[in-house]
Design a binder for this molecule. Structure first.
Ligand code: SF4
Ligand code: SF4
Length: 156
């Protein structure tokens, strides 16, 4: 489900096509679907990526000390911005802001944030076709929760 198609599956040095894996061929897992999306990172690099999941990003501003900008720099789609601070004492400006329209639910910000202030909740994994509920449902739970902030919450 890498949005950049950067991963190749190999066994004993030989490339394996996903369609040739037995659990895929026998419809134990569904076919993964994606939406092609054109994105632009904060430094202006444009890419067409595959969005396999939908999700909701939330930022707990109180948990963000501000100033590190990791989420802003790792976001491949320019969805995160760091607003200018106001010189008016009565105006509250958040440390970081997310544009949900640009987000591709990749999870980089969630995994990269050192304080756990950014949380991605995967709400849907795009699939089609038949599958074995017994096998796929626990996998789906793992896919939805393999995020740094989710792990932290479970350990608490
Ligand atoms: S999950 Fe985070 S890093 Fe990924 S596109 Fe959305 S806002 Fe950017
Ligand atoms: S990575 Fe986390 S701590 Fe750093 S600016 Fe983003 S939300 Fe704040």
């Amino acid at each position: 489900m890498c949005p950049f198609s950067a991963l190749t599956l190999k066994k004993d040095g030989e490339v394996i096509e996903l369609a040739d894996i037995q659990i895929v061929k026998e419809n134990v897992v569904p076919k993964l679907e994606f939406e092609a999306k054109k994105i632009t990172s904060y430094d202006g690099i444009e890419r067409v990526v595959k969005q396999y999941t939908d999700g909701e990003i939330s930022i707990v501003d109180e948990e963000c000390p501000g100033g590190c900008q990791t989420c802003y720099e790792v976001c491949p789609s320019g969805a995160i911005s760091v607003p200018e601070k106001s010189d008016k004492g009565w105006e509250t400006v958040p440390n970081v802001v997310v544009d949900p329209e640009k987000c591709i639910s990749c999870g980089s910000c969630d995994n990269g944030c050192p304080t756990g202030a950014v949380k991605l909740k995967i709400t849907d994994v795009k699939t089609s076709g038949e599958f074995s509920e017994l096998f796929w449902e626990p996998l789906l739970v793992r896919l939805k929760t393999l995020r740094w902030s989710e792990k932290e919450e479970k350990e608490e």
